[in-house]
Design a binder for this molecule. Sequence first.
Ligand code: DGJ
Length: 545
Amino acid sequence: MKKFVIMKIMKIRAVALLMSLLFVATVWGQTSVGTIPKIIEKDGHHALIVDGQPFLMLGGQAHNSSGWPGMLPQVWCAIKSMHANTLEVPIYWEQIEGQPGKFDFSLVDTILKQGREHKVHLVLLWFASWKNGSSHYMPEWMKREPVKYPNITGRNGQPVDSPSPHTKAAMEADAKAFAEVMGHLKKADPQHTVLMVQVENEPGAWGSVRDFSPSAQKLFEGNVPPELLKPGILKALNKSVVTKGTWKEVFGNDADEYFHAWSVAHYIGYVAAAGKAVYPLPLYVNAALRDPLTNPSATTYESGGATDNVIPIWKAAAPAIDLVAPDIYLQESEKALKVIELYDRPDNTLFVPETGSNEEFARYFYAVLAHGGIGFSPFGIDDNYQGVKKSETEERLAPVGQEYAMAGPMIRELAKWAFEGKIKAVVEKEDHAAQTIALGSWQAVISFGDSGWRSEKTNSHPIGKAMIVQLGENEFVLIGSLCHFTFKPLGVNAGKAWQYLKVEEGCYENGVFKLLRIRNGDETDWGGPRIGAVPAVLHTTLTLR
Ligand code: DGJ
C-alpha cells in the first residue's frame, strides 16, 4: 500500500515536471532547450531566444589578435573578472583557409572547447573580406593576386586600402569559406555554445566614398536595381521624388555613398546567405558610426557600412543579415543615446557588439536594455601587451563588471522585460542634471551622485545610471548605481501625499526575488532610496496616503 502511494506521488511529480518543461518550451514559440538560437520579433520588440527563452548577452570582445590558443588565458581571465556570459572573439579567414580549398578549424575548435569549459557563450567574428574597411584578413594566396582580388580606386585614381565589392571571385571565395565555417559549427557545436556570428568587421571604405574604377563607374552610371526602388525603401531614405533611373538621378548628392552601401551590403548578403543556408544561426554586421546628429558628408566616416542613414539599403540588399549593430565609441552622451535610438527599429534588433571599456560607456548598458537590446559588449577586454598587471585589467573592467554581476543572475528576467518593453532608463549626462521617467500615474525623478547617508557628492564625471521596470501600476523594480530615486504622483493624484509601502533590496535568482533586506528609515528617508557605486536592485511599491 505504502509502495503504491509513493509510486503515485512520483508519477504526479514526473507529470508536473514534464508539464513545466513543455510550458517553457512552447511559451516563446516552439523553441526549447537545445534548439538553435534565433531572433524573434513581436510588436516591434525583439528577443534572442536561447534554450527556449529570451537571453541577454553580457558580452566582452577580445582584442583582434587574441583568438589564438596562447592568448586565450588572458581573455578568459577578463571574461571572469567582468562576470560576462558571452565572449565575442574573432576567427580568421587567413588562418582557416591558409591554402585554397583546405580548411583548418583547429582554432575554432579550441575556442569552442574552452568556451564550454568556462561556461561562456560565444559570438564568433568572421574577419574576412573586410576588417575595418580593409582586406587584411584575406588569405595570403589572395593577397598575392591583387589583380584578381582588387582594392577600390579613389575619385582621382588613387589606390584605396579597401576591397572592391564588385569582385565576384572574392565574393564567391568568401561565401565558400563562410559556408565551410558554418558547416563546421553545425557539426562541432550541437550544444549551441555559439549564439551568433558577425559577418566581416566594420565593412565599408575609409578614404573614398566609393569605388571609382572604370568597371565600378560603369555600374554607377547604370540604373538603380529594382529591389531598392520599392516605395517603402525610397520613403525610408527620404528619396521619393524620382522613382527610377541612374544612381545620380534617383539619389542625387547621396548617390556615391548609397551605391557603395548597396554594393558592400550585396556582397556581404551573398556571403551571409551561403552560410545561413548551411546552418541558420543569427548573423549580423557591425558598423563604424557617423555623427548621428549632424548628417555629415560620407567623406568624413567609413562609407558603405551600415551607418544609420543607410540601414534601409542594408535591409534590402542583405536579407540574410538579421541585424545591423552599432559600435559605440562616440564620446558625447547625446550622440551615443541617439545611436541607440536609431538602431532600435521594428525591422532591426538592437545589439551593441562593441563599445569602450571605461566606466563612462558602462552606463549605456542601461539605455540598451530600455531599447529592448539583446546584448552589450565592451571591446578589448584582455590587456594583450606585456607588462599589464592582472589587477590593472580587473580595475579597468570593474565598472561594467559590477553591472554584469548584478545582471547575471537575472538575465532571463531582464531579457523578458526588455522584450516586453517594460524597462525605462536614464543615464547621467555631461551636465549632471536630474532626469525624470514617466510611469503612468507616477513620475520618477532621478538625480546622480555618490550618495552616502545624508550626503550627496556630484559624480566627477557622468557615470550614474538608473533603470525602472514597471511591474504594476504602483510596483516597480529600481536598478542603478550612483543615483537617487524619488517619485511624484501624477494626473488626478498630482500633489497628493504618498509613501513607500515597501522597498525590498535583493536579487533575482532562478526566477525568484531573494530578499537581502527591507530598506526603511535612513535608507529610504531623506528623499528616497540612494544607490552607491555598487548597483542594487530594489523591488518597490508605492501608495497614496
Ligand atoms: C573597431 C573595430 O571593429 C575593432 O575590431 C577594433 O579595431 C576597434 N575598432 C579598435 O578600437
